[in-house]
Design a protein around this ligand. Structure first.
Ligand code: FRU
Length: 443
């Protein structure tokens, strides 16, 4: 593989966003406006490791194919540009609009260096995100405590106001409100034990019923609480629950104003290794969120967006197939990119699994395991439903239609076949197995 051709390098993810060069971490400023999904990202424009935090920018019309744009926000005297969010200011609440286009407004943390404290600032764009101006009266929220950061803003229509979720310190978060996006009042604080950084706050129908909703207060490691929010107070109704069970999913954020009422989220896949690559770190594949009643109660479910189908290329399909111990079922492919959908009844099989480029993804004793991560996943009516997104350096596992999600980074080991399916002890019953080879999103 020629390592000097952009986007074709050996360890370059082929359907996950990476910057052309240098470091990225959190996704920022996710907003949809006029047919374009914006993805800003924590970026070091001059280095392969974390530092000089700047908002990089990429644009997509389908959340699959991304075009990197000019960097949007650069460090200034208030600090480097830490994580935050963006909205469309439909009613010109902030008064920044100059022409026909609605204004996009970005909220970010000005990460001052001692003695300058961490504060919250805003910037706006009147040309669909192509260029940005910082508000002359920044910061809009003065320092509260410690390294308070990561503002996530949305419009709360029942109370006609903007709401901001903000991280304070330790496991502490807070909520602010504003009418004009410039002056902000603190509403209430809350704690998410075990969780810190990068809040998100959103409402979702339960089991698709718009008259029965719950609010989700989310923290960076995929810990969340369910509750109710009336524009004043967040009332928690659960302990901290966990939606991300992999070792590498972090700092997820949802898109503002995504069309068709969808709630779409993308994360930083923290901690991947990309030897000799011009870039460092990657985003997850976007997921769609829903709240569903499961055996454990109401849970946030994460499923990869249907747009992955745009990359489907060749499909290998098995139906009603007994996977027999000793048999190594290997589709005749040498692709490195897959969307795999498997419905399987483990039955009396002691274990079943898939060797993915030499690394074992194994289901045994009610647990799914890959490398050092092991997570419980029980069949529903004896059946497991699995979807796997496999890229060159990442594996995303979705169990029982998104009840379980795991984001994992890996580096492939040498192997003749990229995929080998096996069972141990007794046959496992494959109800259906579709192995979709994927095209690269960069070509
Ligand atoms: C999360 C985080 C944020 C911060 C940003 C800095 O990964 O630590 O809290 O704003 O990264 O890059």
């Amino acid at each position: 593989m020629p390592d000097d051709i952009l986007y074709a390098e050996t360890h370059r993810p082929q359907f996950h966003f990476t910057p052309k060069s240098n470091w990225t971490n959190d996704p920022n400023g996710l907003v949809y406006y006029r047919g374009e999904y914006h993805l800003f990202f924590q970026h070091n424009p001059t280095g392969i490791t974390w530092g000089n935090m700047t908002w990089g920018h990429a644009i997509s019309s389908d959340l699959v194919h991304w075009t990197q744009a000019e960097h949007a926000l650069h460090p200034d005297e208030l600090g480097t540009i830490f994580s935050g969010s963006a909205v469309v200011d439909w009613n010109n609440s902030a008064g920044f609009q100059t022409g026909e286009e609605k204004t996009l407004i970005a909220f970010y943390t000005s990460a001052g260096e001692d003695p300058v404290p961490f504060t919250q600032s805003i910037a706006y764009s009147n040309d669909c995100g192509r260029s940005w101006s910082k508000y002359h009266n920044n910061p809009v929220i003065e320092h509260i405590c410690a390294q308070n950061r990561d503002p996530k803003v949305f419009w709360h229509s029942p109370t006609d106001q903007w709401i901001m979720a903000l991280y304070l310190d330790g496991n502490d978060y807070t909520i602010y409100r504003s009418k004009d996006l410039k002056s902000w009042d603190r509403l209430c604080d809350l704690e998410l034990p075990g969780t810190s950084e990068c809040p998100d706050l959103f409402e979702l129908p339960i089991n698709g019923d718009p008259n029965d909703t719950a609010w989700v207060y989310w923290g960076a490691n995929g810990g969340y609480i369910l509750g109710q929010f009336d524009g004043q107070v967040f009332r928690a109704e659960t302990e901290v629950l966990k939606a991300e069970h992999g070792p590498n999913g972090y700092a997820a954020q949802t898109w503002s104003d995504a069309p068709d009422g969808r709630l779409l989220q993308i994360s930083w896949m923290r901690g991947g290794k990309y030897p000799a690559m011009p870039f460092n770190q990657q985003m997850s594949f976007p997921v769609e969120l829903s709240l569903r009643t499961t055996r454990d109660g109401i849970r946030l479910c994460r499923e990869p967006i249907a747009e992955i189908g745009r990359l489907h290329h060749q499909t290998y399909q098995w139906n009603d197939y007994a996977l027999i111990p000793g048999e190594n079922l290997a589709p005749a492919t040498h692709s490195q990119l897959f969307d795999i959908r498997l419905e399987i009844e483990p039955g009396k099989a002691r274990a079943f699994g898939i060797k993915i480029r030499g690394i074992d993804l194994r289901y045994e004793g009610g647990k799914i395991a890959f490398q050092n991560t092991e997570v419980a996943l029980d069949p529903v009516d004896e059946r497991l439903v699995l979807q796997l997104l496999i890229d060159r350096t990442s594996l995303e596992i979705f169990g029982n239609r998104g009840e379980l999600s795991m984001s994992i980074c890996y580096l492939p080991e040498a192997a003749d076949h990229p995929l080998v399916f096996y069972a141990e002890g007794s046959p496992a019953k494959v109800i259906s197995l579709a192995v979709h080879e994927l095209r690269s999103a960069w070509t």
